[in-house]
Design a binder for this molecule. Structure first.
Ligand SMILES: *Cc1c(COP(=O)(O)O)cnc(C)c1O
Length: 360
């Protein structure tokens, strides 16, 4: 039987676990159902007996996990009669909001920090017809403005403080459990506003409480060192990191994330920008997986904790790769060590390059 039902997105798939009813008009771009790839080569590079999976969320419709939350948030906004959505964003939320608003036929307003958003994300917001408002300030300042303006204008906030966002995002944990037939021992994520680590814990806990799995993972959240309020124990006013998607000093899910850490017996840690970029390169070169810098923070942190033994050998680990590498081509090209070469258009010239670059 070569036929199967068309995949129509995560709300349809997890309808009974999400706040929708039969009359709800679903706003979907076919998000979710992303690959859970087992790393073949990196464990060998590390010389460790360890099972690492990456959940490649960059393969969502707009290239990041934000789509899981956005399908729910926009579906509910439309159901409640909203004609416009608004968000502050380091880039991916704005790309996702713009696309889902276009799909729904409503307006999107997005506030982004001037000069601090990756090129691909900016292109998406503009292309989908959102009103892109660059502010001379960072994400945290944009977030405050969004909260203030939403009290005075008929717009629905679709940042992760919108509770439907986390409902949609929890489905990533469902998919992982279904494919592994169990929960992993450790689940590692990059942490910015900490909505995603909170949402994953909700998903794992829901399956645990319903008896679908007997265990839950330790949740491990990694931050960029220059933008690590969870490590400092307080908010940070001038966050800075190459991983622009997690350049956030005032996490919106602060209390929730501390609770996740306690309940799951996990921890937070930080990675330098060098570690983050090295992990991004390692994944691209050894596994064929291209994620954006912020996403590689999950693997960078996991590698450090595997090497120190904090994550013991024999463990089953899932690292979330939150966004696609093509989002940020500038950073990728800048860190490429091999310079681009130009040669004569002759057989000799091209053959010389091949012979001098063959490794045996
Ligand atoms: C939004 C985002 C994050 C951070 O997720 P939070 O839920 O804010 O912690 C990490 N990586 C990428 C690529 C993102 O877009």
């Amino acid at each position: 039987m070569p036929f199967r039902p068309r995949y129509t997105g995560l709300i349809e798939r997890y309808r009974d676990r999400l706040p929708v009813n039969d009359d709800t008009r679903l706003i979907s771009l076919g998000e979710g159902n992303t690959p859970l790839l087992k790393l073949n080569n990196i464990p060998k590079v590390l010389g460790k007996d360890i099972e690492i999976y990456v959940k490649y969320e960059g393969l969502n419709p707009t290239g990041s996990f934000k789509d899981r939350g956005m399908t729910m948030a926009v579906t509910k906004a439309v159901e409640e009669g909203s004609k416009a959505i608004i968000c502050a964003s380091t880039g991916n939320t704005s790309a996702s909001a713009a696309a889902y608003a276009a799909r729904a036929g409503i307006a999107a307003f997005v506030l982004i920090p001037e000069g601090k958003i990756a090129l691909g994300k900016l292109a998406q917001g503009m292309m989908h017809g959102a009103t892109v408002i660059q502010i001379k300030g960072n994400f945290d300042e944009g977030m405050q403005l969004v909260k203030d303006v939403a009290e005075h204008a008929p717009v629905t906030i679709v940042n992760s403080i919108n509770p439907y966002r986390l409902q949609g995002q929890k489905t990533a944990a469902f998919e992982i459990v279904e494919e592994l037939s169990c929960a992993p021992d450790f689940h590692c994520l990059p942490v910015g506003n900490a909505g995603n680590i909170t949402a994953h814990w909700m998903g794992y806990s829901e399956y645990f409480e319903d008896g679908i799995v007997g265990t839950r993972p330790k949740m491990v959240g990694y931050q960029a060192a220059g933008s690590a309020p969870f490590m400092r124990g307080h908010m940070v006013d001038d966050p800075e990191t190459v991983a622009t998607a997690i350049r956030i000093g005032h996490p919106q899910s602060w209390d929730k994330a501390w609770k996740v850490k306690e309940e799951s017996q996990g921890w937070f840690d930080e990675c330098s920008d060098e570690q983050i970029l090295a992990a991004q390169k390692l994944l691209a070169e050894h596994e064929g997986v291209f994620c954006e810098p912020a996403s590689a923070t999950s693997l960078a942190g996991a590698i450090a904790d595997i090497e120190s033994g904090k994550i013991p050998e024999g463990s089953k680990i899932v690292c979330t790769l939150t966004g696609h590498g093509l989002k940020d081509p500038d950073t990728a090209i800048k860190q490429s060590t091999a310079p681009m070469m130009t040669v004569e258009a002759t057989l000799d010239a091209v053959r010389d390059v091949i012979l001098s670059n063959m490794t045996d």
